[in-house]
Design a protein around this ligand. Structure first.
Ligand SMILES: Nc1nc2c(ncn2[C@@H]2O[C@H](COP(=O)(O)OP(=O)(O)OP(=O)(O)O)[C@@H](O)[C@H]2O)c(=O)[nH]1
Length: 385
């Protein structure tokens, strides 16, 4: 039995794929005011891109802790992993608060139930060492613009599965961040806010750009009232939700496209023009034949696409620097290739009913073929000086 002098507060961050959850975590790390933060990142895909993004951030300090849980559907086994990870963090005596980034397809009431009622594999009660403090839901204003069609003053009831998830996330929260307002006109913003407010009249409501919010609005707010919130959903036993039902219901799946050769920039750019609409979310890194030194980061959600240069491949560094990186980056040896170093294309795709074989095949046709001529003057990804 562990006796805790203080229980550790937990903020759970929910929101559909690409809504801005990792962006919020990075923002909170930047302005955390001397708190040691434990983070659990529950990513849907087999490789945890969010974990890498957070660890590589300059705001992630040595005092912080992070635990990635991949394939994050919060099925029964993942729920146990979450509970065990929370318990380990809370009892480590090394952190002051915990952030949980839910994978985009998890219903927040399921996560809340895990925290409120969870027991570790060794039957320790989670609530003896930590407590659910705040449920934050981030709503991607740009995405719901495309999904919530104009109705007669009420939101459209005919939601497809992903909409239902978004609605669940909106309905179950203490704080709602209405994000990506920079992508909306004033009229669109007002219309959507009305819809969201109809679904969630009680939560604290904030409009945000890039998830920028004052720390005290989302951390240690004491806004979650466990009994009331769980009872409101009429869950006689909240743990009954912790099965695979929602995974099949929403038919959302993921795969990783990984190659050890670069894209031909023009061909890849043409492929982007015919983006398969069933891909909800894509994120990862890309290597271009025309710019062999640069890492390009891709982040797409809905119709919004970001492709930005984000530093240089470690393989481009001096030999002594590379050696040093091997001691700093624990996973570098695992991904290092004798010929190409860390250069790779690694893209995670998440969506509903995606045609994986077709997408993989189409992307393969975008790869650079050895000895083919290449025109780097017309590289569409070239930075304009
Ligand atoms: N224009 C705009 N882009 C934003 C805003 N907030 C986040 N983004 C971008 O949206 C993309 C997705 O943001 P993330 O923070 O990775 O989203 P996420 O919810 O963690 O995504 P998943 O982990 O895949 O569910 C990134 O390219 C962000 O830079 C915003 O307010 N406005």
């Amino acid at each position: 039995m562990v006796f805790m002098t203080k229980k550790i507060p937990i903020t759970v961050i929910s929101g559909y794929l690409g809504a801005g959850k990792t962006t919020l975590i990075l923002h909170l790390l930047k302005c955390k005011m001397d708190k040691r933060v434990g983070i659990i990142v529950n990513d849907l895909a087999a490789i945890n891109v969010d974990h890498k993004t957070i660890v590589n951030s300059p705001y992630f300090s040595e005092a912080d802790r992070i635990i990635p849980i991949s394939d994050g559907t919060i099925s029964t086994s993942h729920r146990q992993k979450l509970v065990d990870a929370l318990y380990d963090l809370a009892t480590s005596d090394e952190i002051d608060l915990i952030l949980v980034e839910s994978s985009g397809v998890v219903q927040p009431d399921v996560v809340a139930a895990s925290i409120v009622k969870g027991k570790t594999s060794t039957t320790q009660e989670l609530k003896s060492v930590c407590y659910l403090d705040t449920n934050v839901t981030i709503v991607d204003g740009f995405r719901i613009l495309q999904q919530f069609l104009p109705g007669q003053g009420e939101y459209n009831q005919d939601f497809v599965a992903s909409n239902q998830l978004i609605v669940n996330q909106i309905e179950f929260c203490d704080v709602l961040l209405f994000n990506k307002i920079d992508l909306l006109t004033l009229e669109q913003k007002n219309y959507l806010q009305e819809i969201v407010r109809q679904m969630q009249p009680t939560a604290q409501f904030y409009e945000t750009k890039f998830s920028q919010i004052a720390v005290n609005k989302v951390l240690q707010t004491h806004l979650f009232n466990a009994k009331k919130s769980l009872d409101e959903l009429n869950l006689s036993d909240p743990l009954r939700l912790l099965n695979h039902a929602h995974e099949t219901q929403f038919k959302i799946n993921s795969f990783v496209y990984r190659r050890r050769c670069p894209f031909h920039p023009q061909r890849f750019n043409s492929w982007l023009d015919h983006w398969p609409p069933e891909i909800t979310r894509c994120k990862g890194v890309m290597w271009l034949k025309t710019q062999p030194a640069r890492v390009f980061t891709i982040s797409q959600s809905g119709r919004a696409m970001d492709i930005i240069p984000s530093g240089y491949w470690i393989a481009t560094l001096q030999e002594w620097e590379i050696k040093k990186m091997f001691t700093v980056r624990k996973n570098l040896a695992a991904i290092w290739d004798k010929e190409f170093g860390d250069r790779m294309i690694e893209l995670v795709f998440i969506g509903q009913n995606m045609n994986k074989d077709q997408i993989m095949h189409d992307l393969d046709t975008c790869l650079y073929q050895s000895n083919e001529p290449i025109d780097d003057v017309n590289d569409p990804f070239k930075l304009k000086h």
